[in-house]
Each structure stands twice: as structure tokens, then as C-alpha cells.
Design a protein. Sequence first.
Lengths: 407, 64
Amino acid sequence: MSTIERPVVPEIDFQCSPPRGAPGESFFPRLDELREAHPVFRSTEAQGYWVFTRAKLIVEVMQNPEIFSSSASVPPTQPNPAFTWIPLMLDPPEHTKWRRLLGGWFSPGRVASLEGGLRERCRSLIDAVADKGQCDLIDDFAGVFPTSVFLQILGLPPTELRRYLVWEEAILQWDVEIDPDFSKATQAMLDVQNYFQGIIDLRRNDPSTRGDDLITASLEWEIDGEKIPDKVLKNCLLLLFMAGLDTVTMQISFMFHHLATHPADRQKLVDDPTLIPRAVEELLRFYSITRAGRKVAKDVEFHGYSLKAGDMIYMPLVFAGRDEATCPMSNQVDFEREPFKNYAFGAGPHRCVGAHLARRELIIAIEEWLKTMPDFRIPDGAEIVQHAGQVYGLDSLPVQWDLPAGR
Amino acid sequence: MKLVVDQKRCQGHGICLGIEPSVFVLNDDGYITLDGTFDVAPGNDDKVLLAVRCCPEQALDTVE
């Protein structure tokens, strides 16, 4: 009798959201080591979960929601979460209904119609710092540009941004050290939902607060011919709030950190701005900040691995982006490489609904910034600290540049 | 060369639209309107092949 050869699955002391490292440390080298060493491993954190590091498996998981459910997602240490982010934690066919409601707000056509306003907003932020010769890229630019656009789409007052960012930080910049049992993040989610209840009530009771915005429109949304209960609607607004206020900010931060520390790459874009859309794809691939999670819905043999119903799977998308199967020399940044399949926004039905808006914002941010501050750099002695959170990010990013003569 | 589109695989990444909007027509929600096998106009071969290579969902293919 022959025995089936099973791949060895190592058990590894791996945390999905490790505490902040020392200044200058990055999470990516450790992730590279793990990816190079193991196609699949088991984390011993919490109840234990699978970690897949190959693009092929990650994409297959994301494309097969009937086996790999989103009912529990991230963090993978929460297999029975006390919250439901809509539509991120729904499976088809429920998920599909929500995506139809949201799709039009973030479609390629809609994003194209926002182009002028996006560029104007970006320019005004750049003009506000250009003469100073230095700024904190996150406080003054990356944390404001995409977020203010997003608040406008939702119909939330931009004057409240700082308050929103406190909540958003508690939920998304969570790690095992500052919030070991996820209770602070859970509380912040409740606070955001209570806040949204107030906004919903206001829109309903006072017509003058209604506008051409997503929250106003959402009051009329129907699923299966029925209006959506507030409790459910708030789970969707909560997700939009989280996804809209952190991801593009942190993606811009990693991109600008790369450009500030790789002058030859930066110069390529200054010399030929038509390369910027390709550079954005490449930097999205190389610095994919998002991680996906799924819960196994039924016992299944998957590429030789015995997955049991209820098992959690964790998939940092940077594993897919840096997999050699995705593109040749995948461990290097190359703005001139042949186009490739980009998994930075995920795949399958949960492909990031904001991807078109995010891409546009990332392109505009680099185009406009390099027009005015082509030679920016990180000052000597600056301490750059990464956080893992729900998406990888930087705490701050001080940058400086030479003022043109006469300014 | 012919383009083969498996519409049910499309997840609206919109990469193909960015490569050649005259071929890859999307609906208002950003998903592809094509389904089936289509002739590729002369001169569009390279763009179609590029879109096939870049579609993250393997929704596009070509046949001779």
C-alpha cells in the first residue's frame, strides 16, 4: 500500500499584527523569509491558523467563497467575531447584493468624474507646504488627501477628520501589544456605529442635511425589496469608514518612503511622468499593505493540505505580490517591468470596491508632488516606525526638500 | 486571433478597460459587458494579449 505524501506544515511563532519594531525596522524582510521558506505554515498564535504564501493558493482561496467564507476574516485570531463588516464579512449571494449598491459609487466611470476635484484637492495640500521645505508627509498630505475625498463621498464633515482618525487608529492600527484582546478596537467600532446612528437620524429628520452623498443615498437602499435596518446599514458604513480612512493614506506613505529612499527610481518618474501609472502598480505589488482572512466552511483537501471546517486562513497580499510566479525578479522594484497580474486589491468577489478610486489617488498624489518637490528626501536621524495594524503602515514620515531659488 | 471572455469570472478590476477601452467595454458598475468569443480587430492583438496576461481573475483568454 502506498501512502499519500503530505507536505510538511511547520508550526511557526507568527503574529498577524506584531507590535511596533524599533525605528528603521520593517516587517517586510521577515515576511520575505517566511515566504521563501514555506509555501504554507501554521501560526501558533491564538487558536492557530493557516498562512498561505503562494499567489496561486491565495488567489484560489479568494476566488472560492463557497469553501472559503468571509464570515470571519481579519484578524485571523477572531474566528467568531463579535462584529460583521459589510460587505467584507458576507459571502455571496448576500455579498453580491451589497456590491451592487456600492459599485456605482466607486466605478471607473464615477472615479473619472472625480478627477478634477481630486487633483485640485491634492494641489491645494501641496501648495500649502511647498514653501516650508519640510513636512510630515502623513499629517500634512497622505493622511488628508484621500481621507477628505472619502469623507466628501460619504457625506461626512471634513472638520471632524481628527476625531475620526482617533477611532480609526484604535480599530485599524491595532496590535497584540496595545490591545491584546481586541477590546479597544471593538469599543471604537461601537462608538463609530453610535456616531453613524446620529448621522442617519439627522439625515432622516432634517432634509437640509441631505445631499448628493452615499449616506443620504443609503437611506433609500433596498435589499430583496426591503429597506435596510439601521443596525445593518451601520455595519456597512463602519466598513467604509475603516477602509476609506487608512488604506490609501498608508499606501501613499510606503510609496513616498520608497521614492524618498530610492533617488534613481524617483528620477525616472521626474524624467518621464508617463511611467507613474506603472510605478504605482509596481509599488502596490511590492508594498501590498492589506491582508485577507477567510474561514474554512467545510472539510476540504486543498493542494494536499487537510483543512477542517472552522479553520482560519491568513493571507498577507504582499506574499502574492512578491511571489516569483507573479513576475520575474519579483523581489526587486522595477518601474519598467512588463505588466503583471496585480493582487494588491485582492481577487474574487471581495476585490476592493475602492480600487479604482485608490489607483487614481495614488497616481495623482505622485504626479502632483513630483511636479513641485521632485527632490524630496527623509532628513538625517528621522525615526521611521512601522505599525502592523490591520494594514501595514508608518507612524510618521518626515520629509524635506530644497526650495527653488527665490522662494 | 479571437478573444474569449468568461463574463462570470469578471470581478471588475478594470485593468482591461485601462489597456483598451474600445475593446473592453464595462457596465456602469465596472464589470465587463462581453461574454463569449469575439474577433480581434487588426492592430489590437498586442493590447488584447496584454489584457489577458494582466486579468487577475483569468476571465480573459485568446484562441487562434
